[in-house]
Ligand binder design. Structure first.
Ligand SMILES: Nc1nc2c(ncn2[C@@H]2O[C@H](COP(=O)(O)O[C@H]3[C@@H](O)[C@H](n4cnc5c(=O)[nH]c(N)nc54)O[C@@H]3COP(=O)(O)O)[C@@H](O)[C@H]2O)c(=O)[nH]1
Length: 735
């Protein structure tokens, strides 16, 4: 209201020019009266008769009448009587003037007729002016008062209509906390008629809560008044006998002016809260399954932990990973994958109790929070039920799909007292369950904890290894069994740790794979091999047809930049692509999906050689051998180890060699350590061997002298640990 304030105190009412009617049949008297009173602030009207005066009074607003008593026709008394009997002229003050005051009765008659003053002629001008000015001043005040009242009425109506139209409930409270005023919205929100609210203690309209004291002097409403400040409360509960508690947002402010008390303005936030809750729920829900998503899970886990801590209870976190889900997704498409996830969610819902919290963290990873546990065995029981439920086939789009689940269990407080620790523990336990076989559950144990810690330390040091140039490559020769010459080298990664010494790749390559660090490390390996090969080419260290094999890890294989990066390094170091062999594993090729085909197509286009490492240990499928153009099969060391003793291993290796040869592939036997193994392999027609029998993996300098010795002698490479047989090819075994 500040800008357009129309309150009586805010705007001065200017004085108005008042009109005085002079009634006398003699003009000279009227002129004389005007001359006595005229101060420039008064407007004068002249009437020469009573009738004219009455007519004028009906048409003009007159403040005061000076009325001569003796006039021809209608005298002053009659005029006055007529004025008093007419509504619009009844209250106009009249001063009567007379030349002849016969007796007291005459004056009395004048006053009785309604005159406010009775003066005799000759008129004392000072006296007259004093009287007239007094009446005019009074009239002026009356006028101002009238305008002020009018304005007040307008303002009252304005505020009332505002209060009535307001959507907010407005309640006026006395300093004792009784309701003195309530606008229609307040009545409506509390669903009460005015009599049930007025004069009632306001504390009966907000429920006693811990945070909202019911003691009046401690309430916000009283504080707002006593401390003369506005208090705003974002969320509280109001209610009445007719309406259950509902959420409100309110402000309470001390009443302005001399009225003591507080005004409370409140809005019902039920709808807003419902909308907020709906949005919050949406943000915490996995749209595919309707379970909690990762955000919802985090919130639920925090709450569960808080409850458990408060009640000194036990709880468990189950991390469920579906076995073989990826295959379904990759082979049958995402639609089937989604349907399967929905079906899994349904089964989980029917398996766990209502009070347990289910969530899908993403992909095929689900979790259950189990509260109120009596012991860890409750969690084991639930995990077993889940595994059993997911073991049975799923009917998805006319297909029967069999998956399975691995469950990791972390318990509170044993495995941690915060979400991160519990999640890590459940994760480690789940991986353990997976690696122990499928359809198993595993608890997180101290030993696993230690391993997890070691893994973490290792992971951190690996980051340093990458930046601190602690990674090296060694090369292990591969020998052509027909000529005894080095026909290839396998590049093998080493980590020269500053304190731990040489760390085996068997320890850290899986970790590189897990963390994704294998991609940059793999890039570095390819670059280093290409640079090394270029150097050897320049110095003619290696024969042209000698290949260098590079191990490609699963994650590297699916990295979309692999082919591009390979092409770039081959080109940059001017390497013949055929002299580089990539060692893939059976598992990488097991999924004959679009992605695998695309990657192999790209690698073929590069014209690099491709071999299958550890052949026979993975998910062997002849279809990929038939389908993809491969150059060599590497017979796994596990088949070579017992070759001299085990007929079964001989049969297996013979079959692998036959298969390879029939498909025009070479065979490379790995891990050859003895002459006896070498002899059997020679008899079976194996093409190439690699193993400690000839040489362990060597540093570059060592390898160069090995090659140079063998080349200068023009002789086959000598077995590593055997006495020199210079000039002699390896002795032919009797097959
Ligand atoms: N993705 C990558 N993986 C790599 C790389 N470098 C190695 N690895 C993989 O790490 C695993 C262990 O490798 P390593 O300790 O280097 O062992 C290799 C040879 O040293 C070992 N070998 C060779 N001959 C013999 C032998 O006669 N006896 C014996 N006990 N061991 C022998 O075998 C390993 C070669 O394995 P493979 O790759 O299957 O040919 C191993 O899985 C490596 O693949 C890398 O750069 N990237």
């Amino acid at each position: 209201m500040a800008a357009n304030d129309t309150s009586p105190t805010a705007v001065r009412i200017p004085p108005f020019i008042q009109t005085v009617l002079l009634v006398d049949d003699k003009q000279e008297n009227r002129v004389a009266l005007e001359a006595m009173l005229d101060d420039g602030q008064i407007h004068f009207l002249h009437a020469s008769s009573g009738a004219t005066a009455l007519k004028m009074l009906l048409n003009t607003e007159v403040s005061l009448v000076l009325l001569d008593v003796s006039m021809p026709g209608m005298d002053g008394y009659e005029v006055l009587q007529m004025m008093r009997s007419t509504r619009s002229t009844r209250h106009i003050p009249v001063i009567m003037l007379t030349a002849f005051l016969r007796d007291e009765m005459e004056t009395l008659r004048g006053y009785q007729a309604g005159a406010i003053e009775f003066l005799t002629k000759p008129i004392n001008s000072v006296m007259l002016r004093c009287k007239v000015m007094q009446f005019l001043a009074l009239n002026q005040q009356k006028h101002q008062l009238k305008i002020a009242y009018e304005r007040l009425d307008t303002q009252k109506a304005y505020y009332e209509s505002m209060l009535n139209a307001a959507g907010e409930g407005v309640i006026g409270l006395s300093t004792e906390g009784e309701v003195r005023f309530a606008n229609p919205a307040a009545l409506n929100l509390l669903q009460l008629p005015q009599p049930d609210l007025l004069d009632q203690p306001f504390r009966s309209f907000y429920p006693p809560l811990e945070e909202q004291p019911n003691h009046w002097e401690a309430s916000d409403f009283y504080l707002a008044w006593s401390e003369k400040r506005e208090i705003r409360v974002e969320e509280a509960l109001f209610g009445s006998t007719q309406r259950d508690a509902f959420p409100v947002q309110y402000t309470c402010s001390p009443l302005a002016g001399c009225t003591k008390g507080t005004v409370v303005v409140f809005v019902d936030i039920t709808q807003r809260k419902a909308l907020e809750n709906q949005l919050r729920m949406q943000a915490m829900t996995d749209h595919l399954t309707g379970l909690y998503n990762r955000a919802g899970f985090k919130a639920a886990l925090l709450h569960a932990l808080a409850r458990c801590t408060r009640h000194h209870g036990q709880m468990a976190l189950l991390l469920i990973d579906l076995d073989r889900f990826k295959q379904v997704n990759d082979t049958l498409g995402h639609e089937s994958g989604d349907k399967l996830l929905q079906a899994v969610a349904d089964r989980l819902r029917h398996t766990v109790r209502q009070a347990d919290t289910l969530a899908r963290l993403g992909g095929d990873e689900f979790t259950v929070i189990l509260e109120h546990l009596d012991g860890a065995e409750d969690a084991a029981y639930c995990a077993a039920k889940i595994i059993e439920a997911l073991k049975h086939p799923f009917q998805i789009q006319d297909m029967e799909l069999i998956i399975g689940a691995s469950v990791g269990i972390a318990t509170y407080p044993a495995c941690g007292d915060n979400p991160v620790a519990l999640m890590q523990a459940a994760d480690v336990a789940m991986y353990r369950a997976k690696s122990d076989g499928r359809n198993l559950y595993h608890f997180f144990t101290q030993e696993m904890n230690d391993r997890a810690r070691t893994k973490m330390v290792l992971e951190q040091s690996l980051h340093h290894a990458l930046t601190g140039q602690q990674l090296r490559l060694v090369y292990q020769p591969q020998i052509d069994l027909r000529t005894g010459q080095i026909i290839g080298l396998e590049a093998l990664l080493r980590w020269q740790h500053p304190t731990a010494g040489l760390v085996s790749p068997a320890t850290f390559v899986p970790l590189l794979e897990e963390t994704g660090l294998i991609v940059p490390v793999g890039n570095w390996i390819i670059k280093t091999v290409c640079a090394q090969r270029q150097d050897w080419n320049r110095r003619h260290v290696l024969p042209e047809d000698c290949k260098i094999a590079i191990n490609i890890s699963p994650r590297q294989f699916v990295d979309e930049n692999l082919a591009r990066m390979l092409r770039q390094h081959l080109h940059q170091h001017q390497i013949n692509p055929a002299s580089i062999e990539l060692e893939l594993t059976e598992n990488m090729l097991m999924q004959e999906n679009e992605q695998t085909l695309h990657i192999l197509h790209q690698l073929h286009q590069l014209a690099v050689s491709l071999s299958i490492d550890d052949f026979g240990t993975g998910y062997s499928s002849f279809s990929y051998i038939k389908r993809f153009n491969l150059d060599a099969l590497k017979i796994d060391k596990s088949f070579v180890d017992q070759l001299a003793e085990s007929e079964r291993d001989v049969a297996i290796v013979a079959s692998i060699i036959d298969l390879a040869h029939n498909l025009r592939m070479k065979t490379i036997a790995e891990g050859v350590e003895t002459k006896a193994q070498l002899d059997v392999l020679t008899c079976l027609g194996c093409d190439i061997i690699q193993g400690f029998y000839y040489s362990p993996p060597c540093q570059v300098a060592e390898l160069e002298s090995l090659i140079s010795n063998s080349m200068t002698a023009g002789m086959p490479l000598r077995p590593n640990h055997m006495p020199s047989q210079a000039g002699m090819p390896p002795p032919a075994p009797s097959c």
